[in-house]
Ligand binder design. Sequence first.
Ligand SMILES: [Zn+2]
Length: 84
Amino acid sequence: MSTCANCSQDRAEPGLDLCPVCEEAMRWDEAVSHVREAKSAYDGLIDTPGVNVTFALSHINSLLTRYANGERTARLYDEMIHVE
Ligand SMILES: [Zn+2]
């Protein structure tokens, strides 16, 4: 028995971070499109004098890489929806 990483209930199946309820509640498609919108906004600022977007872009790229690698944790979801 393992616990859900989000609600801590003993509902998660072994090997899963989240129980089916929390998995359903997370809108990964929306989280990803939000991160991609932020990325394109930062991409447009790369050549703007006085704006340092390197840190933001590396953070965004690391989130997208984790998502692409199949990570579906509550922690990653939370980081993704808080990208600004
Ligand atoms: Zn849960």
